[in-house]
Design a protein around this ligand. Structure first.
Ligand code: 5GP
Length: 203
């Protein structure tokens, strides 16, 4: 359910079209982003670099840039990442800076799907971006989604739940909340935000 229409354009200057989507683990950020990729090619979605291993079906350069620890170190040292973080205490994830700046310069709506630590970093460097929190319908549903995915060990699931508890508390730091009851509906709401958060003629 989604009970309040978002009004970000009135509360923030629309100087960029950057939208940052964050939210607790397993809330479905990746699925919402995939839905946007399928139905809204006009929205560019950043491809993050990560040191984690690919899951079955994940493609290098599409879902992530899968890089070694050494390569990630190099990217950090060279200042190539807009933000980066160790997520769930294990792997590193980061947003390649240049691609984001290029898309924004082209005037194309850009979406970052990142964790809370990353969102906080982007808010420091690009406060004009719109920060959107994707929330689960309730906690039990979040647990069900996390366990249901079945791709992580019990230990890893517990670690991710711990992260999720802290992440849920961060909702108030965001400009807008979208409740992910239905993936396609949530995706459409997010795309509408990328439009309202811009000065473009087609917005
Ligand atoms: P997963 O391993 O399930 O693909 O992603 C784990 C977490 O990493 C998700 O919460 C996702 O939002 C986050 N993540 C993905 N890419 C980035 C990134 O570039 N930066 C940050 N800070 N987090 C990311």
């Amino acid at each position: 359910m989604y009970d309040a229409p978002p009004t970000p354009a009135t509360s923030k200057p629309a100087t960029t079209r950057l939208v940052v989507l964050a939210g607790p683990t397993a809330v479905g950020k990746g699925t919402v982003a995939a839905d946007i990729r399928t139905h809204h090619s006009e929205v560019w979605i950043s491809v993050s670099a990560t040191t984690r291993r690919p899951r079955p079906g994940e493609v290098h350069g599409v879902h992530y840039w899968f890089v070694s620890d050494e390569e990630f170190d190099r990217m950090v040292a060279a200042g190539e990442l807009l933000e980066w973080a160790v997520v769930h205490g294990v792997s590193r994830y980061g947003t390649p800076r240049r691609a984001v700046l290029e898309k924004l310069a082209e005037g194309r709506p850009a979406l970052l799907e990142i964790d809370l630590q990353g969102a906080r970093q982007v808010r420091r460097t690009m406060p004009e971006a719109l920060f959107v929190f994707l929330a689960p319908p309730d906690w039990q549903e979040l647990v069900r989604r996390l366990v249901g995915r079945g791709t992580e060990s019990a230990e890893e699931q517990e670690r991710r739940l711990e992260t999720a508890r802290a992440e849920l508390a961060a909702e108030k730091e965001f400009d807008v909340t979208i409740v992910n009851t239905d993936v396609h509906t949530a995706a459409e709401e997010l795309v509408a935000l990328t439009r309202s958060h811009s000065n473009s003629p087609e917005a």
